[in-house]
Design a protein around this ligand. Sequence first.
Ligand code: DQA
Length: 147
Amino acid sequence: MKVLVLHGPNLNMLGQREPDTYGAQTLEQIDEMITEAAWDLDIEVEIVQSNHEGELVEAIHQALGSADVIIINPAAYTHTSVAIRDALAAVGLPAIEVHLTNIHAREQFRRRSLTAPVCHGQICGFGGWGYVLALHAAREIVEEEAS
Ligand code: DQA
């Protein structure tokens, strides 16, 4: 079983980016957590970060035929990107949207996600642990599909 983890724009700045909101954890530390959890769950994981909408769209396209589940934090594109939403819908793979913060408890413009409606579900507000929770959910989804 393989999972593609996609991190959107500005997530490479974690650790120094608005630490009161996003915490002190760097993306590298989060990726280590993801890699360790994936190992424990016997999941092969590929992790991509991009600040560019088109690159995220292309990474989603490339997941078709190579990954079973996409875990995506589209970051700011969550609230703006019809292109990422359409890419997720086009490939049709089960996707799990993750946000470090609880976007529903923040500014009004963050409460709307264009991407969540084409995802299996959304996990938000758990910091880096959200990705680990998403890996567990990914395993459940694949096992359910196989049964
Ligand atoms: C975020 C929430 C978004 O609103 C914001 O633009 C981000 C990070 C999160 O993980 O909490 O960059 O996706």
